[in-house]
Design a protein around this ligand. Sequence first.
Ligand SMILES: O=P(O)(O)OC[C@H]1O[C@H](O[C@H]2O[C@H](CO)[C@@H](O)[C@H](O)[C@H]2O)[C@H](O)[C@@H](O)[C@@H]1O
Length: 246
Amino acid sequence: MDDLTGKKPAPPALDPDGDALFLDFDGCLVEIAPRPDAVVIPENLPQVLAHLSEQLNGALAVVSGRSLHELERFLQGYDGLMVGSHGAEARGMTPPLEESPADLAELQAELAGFAQEQGLLYEEKSHGGALHFRSDPSRQDEVERFAETLAERFPAFAIQPAKMAVELRPDGFSKDGALALLTQLPQFAGRAPVYAGDDTTDEPALAWAEAHDGYGIKIGDGESAARYHLAEPRNLRDWLAAAVEV
Ligand SMILES: O=P(O)(O)OC[C@H]1O[C@H](O[C@H]2O[C@H](CO)[C@@H](O)[C@H](O)[C@H]2O)[C@H](O)[C@@H](O)[C@@H]1O
């Protein structure tokens, strides 16, 4: 992976006839916020996604670690493909995970209890949960240690590091796994995968797009397998808006 900070070029214009588009949500389509429920959705974002999906003949998907119901709430007005929970949930294709692991409720109770005792923010998710320490980054080590004990006790779940958070998600699911499934859908045939993402959870998907005759766009600083770079989510939104036919 290259250290790209400011050194890689901006992506070329989207090719509506030849590209397929996969877009991460937090830190990519929208700016990182102090809390998961505080993200600001630009008013025209769902419409831009809807127009682009139409132009790409349906070959567009939002691919996120968020729970699917949260994505649907945030992006009302966009009815296209969505993948949530780091590849476990989906709208518009068969959900990769049919049922949560049997001990989901027990795991979530442990996460919620720890968060309450420790004064941390707990985000309950469709198939897991996240402990957020953005308000006090000094808590990272203890949160990670607790997550490790949970992953040992609940082997159906895996640790998913996030920005100022640690998540437990069902083991065996990933965003690149979701891309492999999405691209089996007929509307993706013959199109080059273009993936935009900002976080470590996006790196395998960025590498997947690069390895399948497409390309990755890394949003923000840091090492990445992506060939292209944009500094901030608003730059990605400008790039998307420029591709919308008027
Ligand atoms: O795959 P993504 O769409 O990038 O989602 C990854 C996680 O994003 C969310 O947490 C992050 O964004 C929050 C809002 O900006 C921020 O407060 C938090 O510190 C970040 O970690 C979301 O809450 C998680 O469920 C997602 O998995």
